[in-house]
Design a protein around this ligand. Structure first.
Ligand code: UD1
Ligand code: UDP
Length: 351
């Protein structure tokens, strides 16, 4: 079987790494071809993951990035379609909820190539998020729906997917596989002195960065925590850096360039608290037994909130600071909500 994997953004490299690894281990009958759309392109947002996680160099490298949503998705759609016509894969595999996911799934579905979606069924129920639109449409055109959680399965059922001729598989979360597989490779970020007992923060979601009030509130809260509670270490996404500069905000925390996955694991392991708006980092906090304060109004990973591992606080400075005070150095127990590291093997077997 010829399988075409379509990826483009940082979290997708990490997810695809473990599935590719499982395909090599369990499925010698599958020939995987990788398309990289180019959505993320800085070396510390892309190449570093291919190197660290030993992902095969993309067979097809595109260079589509930095545009408006419609523009970027449309350019990807056109170029992926051409490549699918040339390569004639038996199936396309997409991950998550980025513009690369949507373009890959749509291009394939229109050519009647079956689509498998890893991280199917996640919902925030907030249609203002670009990710929510991408995941709803991707699920609708996929026939093999790999759900990371029981909640994701029930979301699909509520949308009537069990009445369609598609296959819904509850496989667990590939990010947990990655955390387990690469844990021993953790390494401290180079060229930066990381103090003891720090708070690890990441911020990049459009709903925060593109809203001047929310972004200023988050910056103020992190500055206040850094000054009064514990050092805040912030590997900064290029989107956030651009918007902070544009707004003239002043970050007074330990700002790092985006780090590799091994450095991120080290930071997760050594932190006392995780504060984020990232989907992946919310779960990674849990995998490394750290409480998480989520600076968003909803999460797709609701089970973490239900068990008290994750607190959703939105983007109000006072609420962020008080949640950080409450959760600092609180340990949480990972109780195998996410499949225990078997997701990529299950996906390889089902494909
Ligand atoms: C995208 C995904 C988001 C995901 C995130 C992971 C969509 C709609 N959003 O958001 O769901 O959580 O990736 O990190 O697909 N940039 C650089 N260098 C890079 C990458 C990006 O400078 O290597 C800049 C771009 O030029 C652009 C901005 O960052 O100005 C945003 O990039 P974009 O890919 O549009 O969205 P993300 O915010 O990264
Ligand atoms: N990550 C990383 N370096 C960083 C920030 C994040 O390796 O500087 C990893 C993080 O550990 C997780 C993934 O990138 O595995 C999450 O990606 P991101 O937060 O960009 O996107 P999301 O999960 O929100 O879509």
């Amino acid at each position: 079987m010829k399988l075409m994997t379509i990826i483009g953004a940082r979290p997708q490299f990490i997810k695809a790494a473990v599935v590719s690894h499982a395909l090599k281990q369990y499925r010698h009958d599958i020939n995987e071809i990788i398309i990289h759309t180019g959505q993320h392109f800085d070396s510390n947002m892309s190449d570093i993951f291919f190197g660290q996680l030993n992902i095969a160099k993309p067979d097809i490298q595109m260079n589509i990035n930095s545009g408006r949503h419609g523009e970027m998705t449309g350019l990807m759609l056109a170029e992926i379609e051409l490549r699918l016509i040339e390569e004639k894969p038996d199936r396309v595999l997409v991950y998550g909820d980025t513009n690369s996911t949507l373009a890959g799934a749509l291009a394939a579905a229109k050519l009647h190539i079956p689509v498998a979606h890893v991280e199917s069924g996640l919902r925030s129920f907030n249609l203002k998020m670009p990710e929510e639109i991408n995941r709803i449409v991707t699920d609708q055109v996929s026939d093999l729906l790999f759900c990371p959680t029981a909640t994701a399965v029930s979301n699909l059922k509520n949308e009537g997917f069990h009445k369609k001729s598609v296959s819904i598989k509850h496989v667990g979360d590939v990010m947990q596989d990655a955390a387990i597989l690469f844990r021993e490779k953790a390494m401290a970020p180079k060229f930066s002195d990381i103090p003891k007992d720090f708070i690890l923060a990441t911020v990049h979601r459009a709903e925060n960065t593109d809203d001047p009030v929310r972004l200023a509130n988050i910056v103020n809260a992190l500055n206040e925590l850094h000054a009064k509670r514990a050092p805040v270490v912030l590997p900064l996404h290029p989107r956030t850096r651009k918007l902070i500069d544009k707004q003239g905000l002043n970050l007074k925390v330990i700002v790092l360039e985006p780090v590799g996955y091994f450095e991120m694991i080290w930071l997760l392991e050594h932190s006392q608290l995780v504060m984020t708006d990232s989907g992946g980092v919310q779960k990674e906090a849990f995998f490394f037994n750290k409480a998480c304060v989520t600076m968003r109004d909803q999460t797709e990973w609701t089970e973490l909130v239900d068990i008290g591992a994750n607190e959703i606080v939105g983007a109000n400075s006072d609420l962020i600071v008080s949640a950080a005070e409450r959760n600092y150095s609180r340990k949480v127990e990972d109780n195998s909500l996410y499949g225990g590291g078997e997701a990529s093997r299950r996906i390889a077997e089902q494909l």
